[in-house]
Each structure stands twice: as C-alpha cells, then as structure tokens.
Design a protein around this ligand. Structure first.
Ligand code: SAM
Length: 280
C-alpha cells in the first residue's frame, strides 16, 4: 500500500479542517484523486525533479504529484487553514513535501529548490496569469523551470496556445511560444471542481526551449508586440506609428506588409521586426 492510500478522502480533509471554499482566494478544489493523478502525469517524469506547486489547497494535486514519484514538492499556499491539512501529507511522505504558508506573488521559491525543476498548479486565474508572465520573462534564459503545467480558464489557455489569424492570438501567445512549446493537454468541465466555477478550464503544458525560437531582443519584442496588439484592428503602419518615423520601411524590411494587422503576423515575423527595430 502506498502512503497516499493511508490519507483520508479529500472531502473528509475539507470537513475535518473546515476548508469551506473562499471566493476571495479563488478556491475551486479538485477532489477526484484520479483526476489529480492524471494532471500530475501531464507534468512529465517527476522522479528526478523538484516540483514547485502553487496553491495546493487541501492537497489533491499535491498528492497526485507525490504519488507520481516527484523527488520533492515545494508547495506555497496563502490560506492558513490549509496548512494542517497539508501537514498530514508531509507526514505521509517524510522529507518529500515542504509547505510554505505565503503569497506566491511574494515568496521566492528558488532558495528551496534544486534543479531540474518543474512547476504544477491549479491556481486562481488572475494569479496564474501574472505568475505565467513572470515565469516567461526572466532576465536570463533558459529559466529556472523545465516545464509548467498550469490550470487556466479555457479562454486563457486558448490565448496562450493561439496561432495567427485567430481572435485569441495576441501578446500571451507570442510571449509563451517564443521561448517555449505550449499545448493544451486536458480540458475540464466546471463540474470537475468543488464548487464549480462559471467557466470551463484547461491544463496547459509548457516546456522551456534552450534558446528562443527566433533571435530577438526580449524588451524590443515585448514593446513592439504590445503596441501592435493594443490597436489590433488597425493596420500595423498606424498601430506602430509611434515606434519609428520610418515604420513602413522597417515593416517591409521584416517581410511584413504595412497594411497587415497584428493578428495576421507570425511569431517569426514579429521577431524579424524586433531585430529591424533595434537597427539605428
Ligand atoms: N490545488 C488545489 C486543488 O487543485 O484542489 C487548490 C486549487 S484552488 C483553484 C487555488 C488555491 O490557491 C487555493 O488553495 C488558494 O488558497 C490558493 N491561493 C490563492 N491565491 C494564492 C497566492 N497568491 N499564493 C498562494 N496560494 C494562493
């Protein structure tokens, strides 16, 4: 019998520790351990890795990660009420689970982790997007993480993985796909959670590339893409007018028609434009 079999069912954990879901903390719990094990498997081979989990709550995904053989799990949880519940999992996996009671937007987890590191989380959506952007924009690349396996609102997952020509295509797609492979690996209906959220959810798996897919300066790419998509209905020669007086020539030099709109421009073309914009 594995350690996980000795732990009580998650509904019981919630009752014992009084973990009534709080909207302010975006608490929609996963209580089906088969499902959390399935999500943990989507994170890849964990046996040689430290896993950073954000927002473990009552510990469903935490149990999945440990049962899938994670070398160590570092879990950061803001809600004090969850800490005693997580201590029961710590006791079942001595030395393999460390819990930090804090805000993931403020705690620096790196001092507690040994590479290779994978990240897995079912987070409130606003915190998830903010952390994703941080994890995708470190000073140095490759980043501290090998992969990110994250639950998002379905609509956000589609924005991360979107291709040119779709409404979902924008800054998040460029940011994610420039230096990572990003795929939706699971879709979940509201009923998979307790309480059920209003919208469908999806798990996105991102793996960090060793090098950016195409060369470009990160700050320039970010600036150009932000300006292009801020006025996504405008032609690029208008949307990017403020970026350079000779913007039409620069667009043409990057292989982009000045009359195109941001939505039609590929990642490769945006990177080419970022390189041309760096030239004086
Ligand atoms: N992982 C659990 C599961 O799948 O059942 C809980 C998921 S629930 C959607 C989100 C969790 O993130 C909650 O436990 C909540 O308390 C926690 N949380 C919310 N904001 C947080 C933050 N800023 N830092 C760390 N944890 C946070």
């Amino acid at each position: 019998m594995s350690a996980i079999d000795d732990l009580p069912p998650l509904r019981q954990v919630i009752d014992t520790h009084g973990l009534s879901a709080r909207k302010s903390l975006g608490q929609n719990f996963l209580l089906d351990l088969n499902l959390t094990a399935k999500i943990a498997r989507r994170a890849g081979d964990l046996t040689e890795c430290d896993v950073l989990e954000i927002g473990p709550g009552p510990g469903g995904l935490t149990r999945g990660l440990l049962a899938e053989g994670a070398r160590r799990v570092l879990a950061i949880e803001k809600d004090d009420r969850c800490i005693p519940a997580l201590a029961e999992i710590e006791a079942a996996y001595p030395g393999q689970l460390q819990v930090i009671n804090g805000d993931a937007l403020e705690v620096d987890p790196l001092a507690h982790l040994t590479p290779p590191i994978r990240v897995a989380a079912n987070l409130p959506y606003n915190v998830g997007t903010e952390l994703l952007v941080r994890w995708l924009t470190p000073k140095e690349w490759p980043p501290f993480w090998q992969s990110l396996t994250l639950m998002f609102q379905r609509e956000v997952a589609e924005r991360i993985t979107a291709q040119p020509g779709s409404k979902a295509y924008g800054r998040l797609a460029i940011l994610a796909q420039w230096r990572a492979n990003a795929n939706i690996v699971m879709s979940l209906p509201p009923g998979a959670f307790s309480p059920p959220p209003k919208v469908h959810s999806a798990v996105v798996h991102l793996t960090a590339l060793e090098e950016p897919r195409y060369p470009a300066d990160a700050a320039t790419l970010s600036r150009v893409v932000a300006a292009a998509f801020n006025q996504r209905r405008k032609m690029l020669r208008a949307a990017l007018k403020g970026q350079a007086p000779d913007i039409e020539d620069r667009l043409l030099a990057a292989g982009i028609q000045p009359t195109e709109r941001a939505e039609q421009v590929s990642l490769e073309q945006f990177c080419a434009l970022a390189r041309v914009m760096k030239e004086t």
